[in-house]
Design a protein around this ligand. Structure first.
Ligand code: SF4
Length: 462
C-alpha cells in the first residue's frame, strides 16, 4: 500500500465503539464472510449447515471487553457499523443466542456462546499471521466447506489472508498503483510536492483523490458527515451520566466537568484553553466505551482526540466548515503515512500507534487550519509522534476505558501544544517525521507482547 492511495475516508470511518480493531474490523469481516457464504449457499445443495467463528491472539485475550463476539454476530446478521442502528447491532448476539440460527437463504446453525471460539497465539500449529486473526468457517456435517482467514489490522481496516499474500506479490509491481498527479509515499515527498506545486496541502490530496475517482464534492460531503458525527458524539457525551458498561465501574465524568466549566468553576491556571479540550475528548471516548456511534480517528480507542482538538479550535478561532474539512484532509495524510510505515494498531505497536498517531494527525490538522506551512505541519506531526514513542497498550479488563479515555484528553492537549510550538518556529527541526515513524515501528516490534493490547501487563494487572 502507498500513502497517497489511502483516502481521508479510509482513515475516518463512521462506526460503533468500543474498538476499531476489535469491534469494527471483526464486524466488517463477518459481514464480508456473510457475503461469501450467501453466494456459496446459493449454488449448494440443501443440507445441515453450521457457522463457526474462531478468534485468535489479541482478539481472543481482550475480545470480550471489546465486544468482539457481539460485533461478529452483528456482521453475520447483515448489520453495518456505519448505517445500522446501534441498538440493533448490540441486540444481534442475544437474538442469535435465542434463535440459534442464521438466515442465509438456507438455515445455518449458529449459537454464539458455543460457536464463537476463543484461541491463543497459534494458528494451524504456527504463529499467527497477525495479532488480530479470525477464521470464519461454514460447516456441513462437521466439515468446513467454506472458510476465510481475515485479519483486523487496525482502524477498522481488514485484510483477507489470501489478499495479504497477493498484495505482497503485487506490491512488487508499481503498475498496481495508479499514476497520481502528486505522488508521495513519505512525509519528505509530501513536503516536496506541496512546495514545488505551489498548492495547499489539502488541494494536493484532493487532486490525487479525483484521479482515483472521488470528486471533491463527494469527498467534502462525506467529510461533512464525519464532522457531524464528531459533533453529535461530543454533545451526547456531554449529556450522558452513569456507569460505563463492562464491570469496571467507571463513572462517566464529561457532563459534570463540562457543567463546572460552563458555571465558571474550572480552575484553568495551567493553559489558556483550560479543560475544554480534555472534556471534549473524554465525552467522545465515554460514548465510544458505551458502544456508541463514533468515527475512527484513526482508531476507536483514539476517537476522542481529533474531535476535541477540532471543536476547541472551531470555538476559539471561529474556523469555517471548509477549513475544518481541510484540516481533516491534512490529518489523514499523517495517518496514512503511519499506517504504511509503522502501524495504527495497538495490538501491533502499542498505544503509540493509536493515541500517538491521533495526536500527530490532530497536530498536523490544527497547524494546517491555523495557516501553518507544510514544513510546520510536518514538524507538528513529528512532535505528536515523538512524545508518544514507546507508549504501551494495557487496557484494564480489556475494556477501552482505563487508561484509554483519559489518554485521549492528554493527547488532545499535547496536539494543541505541538501545533503551537511548530507555528511559533520556522518548521526547521532535528528529527523528521519519516525518521520518527521508523523508530515507532521498531519500538513496536521490540515491545513485549504483554504491552500490545493483551490486557496481560502494565496497568491491566491493576
Ligand atoms: S491503551 Fe491505547 S491502544 Fe490500547 S486500547 Fe486503549 S486507546 Fe487503544
Amino acid at each position: 500500500m502507498r500513502a497517497d492511495h489511502i483516502s481521508p475516508l479510509d482513515m475516518f470511518k463512521i462506526g460503533v465503539g468500543p474498538s476499531s480493531s476489535h469491534t469494527v474490523g471483526p464486524m466488517v469481516a463477518a459481514l464480508a464472510f456473510r457475503e461469501s457464504a450467501l453466494a456459496w449457499l446459493k449454488k449448494a445443495k440443501p443440507g445441515n449447515y453450521a457457522m463457526v467463528v474462531e478468534l485468535y491472539g489479541s482478539l481472543s485475550l481482550t475480545g470480550q471487553g471489546h465486544q468482539t463476539d457481539g460485533a461478529v454476530c452483528a456482521g453475520l446478521a447483515g448489520l453495518n457499523p456505519k448505517s445500522s442502528q446501534v441498538a440493533d447491532i448490540w441486540g444481534a448476539m442475544g437474538k442469535l443466542e435465542a434463535e440459534e440460527t442464521l438466515d442465509f437463504g438456507s438455515k445455518v446453525k449458529f449459537k454464539p456462546s458455543q460457536d464463537v471460539k476463543w484461541y491463543a497465539w497459534t494458528f494451524n500449529g504456527e504463529s499467527l499471521p497477525h495479532p488480530n486473526t479470525m477464521r470464519f468457517c461454514l460447516m456441513q456435517e462437521s466439515e468446513p466447506v467454506l472458510s476465510e482467514v481475515i485479519l483486523s489490522v487496525g482502524g477498522g481496516f481488514i485484510e483477507k489472508l489470501a489478499d495479504t499474500k497477493d498484495q505482497e506479490a503485487e506490491s512488487l509491481k508499481e503498475s498496481r498503483f495508479k499514476a497520481l498527479p502528486y505522488p508521495y509515499n513519505s512525509a519528505a515527498e509530501f513536503v516536496e510536492q506541496v512546495e514545488t506545486s505551489g498548492k495547499q496541502p489539502w488541494e494536493l490530496v484532493i487532486a490525487n483523490q479525483e484521479a482515483l475517482g472521488l470528486s471533491e464534492a463527494s469527498l467534502r460531503e462525506r467529510l461533512s458527515e464525519i464532522l457531524q458525527v464528531f459533533e453529535n458524539c461530543i454533545e451526547s457525551g456531554l449529556k450522558a451520566e452513569g456507569i460505563l458498561p463492562g464491570g469496571l465501574n467507571v463513572r462517566r465524568r464529561a457532563k459534570s466537568l463540562y457543567e463546572k466549566i460552563m458555571a465558571g468553576k474550572e480552575s484553568s491556571w495551567s493553559s489558556g484553553l483550560g479543560l475544554k479540550p480534555s472534556v471534549y475528548a473524554i465525552a467522545v471516548n465515554e460514548e465510544n466505551a458505551a458502544g456508541g456511534r463514533v468515527v475512527t480517528a484513526p482508531t476507536n480507542g483514539s476517537s476522542g482526540l481529533i474531535p476535541a482538538v477540532f471543536r476547541t479550535l472551531k470555538e476559539s478561532r471561529d474556523l469555517s466548515h471548509e477549513t475544518l474539512q481541510n484540516g481533516l484532509i491534512v490529518a489523514s495524510v499523517v495517518g496514512a503515512l503511519v499506517k504504511v510505515h509503522a502501524s495504527i494498531s495497538g495490538a501491533e505497536v502499542g498505544c503509540q500507534g493509536e493515541v500517538g498517531t491521533s495526536c500527530a494527525m490532530a497536530a498536523a490538522g490544527a497547524t494546517a487550519m491555523l495557516g501553518g506551512t507544510v514544513r510546520q505541519i510536518e514538524q507538528a506531526a513529528e512532535i505528536g509522534i515523538e512524545h508518544h514513542l514507546g507508549m504501551t497498550c494495557d487496557p484494564i479488563k480489556g475494556l477501552v476505558q482505563v487508561p484509554c479515555i483519559e489518554r485521549n484528553a492528554m493527547g488532545a492537549v499535547k496536539a494543541l501544544n505541538a501545533a503551537e510550538l511548530s507555528l511559533a518556529g520556522d518548521g526547521q527541526h532535528m528529527i523528521s517525521l519519516d525518521k520518527a515513524l521508523l523508530v515507532m515501528k521498531q519500538t513496536g516490534l521490540d515491545m513485549n507482547q504483554k504491552y500490545k493490547e493483551t490486557a496481560t501487563g502494565g496497568l491491566a494487572l491493576g
